[in-house]
Design a protein around this ligand. Sequence first.
Ligand code: PGA
Length: 255
Amino acid sequence: MRIPLIAGNWKMNNLIHQGVELVLKLRELTKGVNEVEIVVAPPFTSLYHLKFLLAGSPIKLAAQNLFWEKSGAYTGEVSAGMLKDVGCEYVIIGHSERRQYFHETEDAVNKKLLAAIGAGIKPIVCVGETLEERESGKTLEIVKFHVEKALTGKTGLAQGAIKDLTIAYEPVWAIGTGVNATPEEAEEVHNYIRELLFELFETNHAKDVRIIYGGSVKPSNIDSLMAQPNIDGALVGGACLKAEDFARIVKFQRA
Ligand code: PGA
């Protein structure tokens, strides 16, 4: 049984007081929703404050990144243990913006994933092709590469560890562009990822991994995306910055 997961990636937006305002509204607007897991991923600077604000609420905290080492001389970095300490249950790993602007490699994604799992934080691993890759017919090849490298990499991933894993399929061309993958386009890739998981892991573990879609998700397209059998939720960027829009996405209607 896969419980739908709707996560809001705030990216580098919202000062602390703006984040507080957003979360207070969201708490109000999503009252009574209990069949969907709701996650917000604010910038590091707001996590501590929001941990207290969200105590006792079903809305969970995620970080947008982490570093794989436990502690030490890594100026500017934040460890998985620190995220746990500040109340994060989830962490986003390998977002295309991190791959693009911070040159994050498959190896780094793999190490971050293992560090998160090791600290008891649930990873949301982002995979997806660029427009050029899609246009040259390489979508599935790229997605396979991202998934396999993230999950097996150098060190390998224990069978049982994947129960807490979420994969976010985020076609790069759909992120922040207003152009989403159609539900059918997304479903084709999600279904493919599911098959890959069945190849890599035992069925009883692979079947429970949530595969969520990200890339211009909004109130007007969430219902048709969620109607697909292998779309288990959404990673929402732009639309999660408005409480009303994010709440409507959380309250998606299944066809
Ligand atoms: P978007 O971003 O919803 O603004 O397209 C999604 C993401 O980057 O996770």
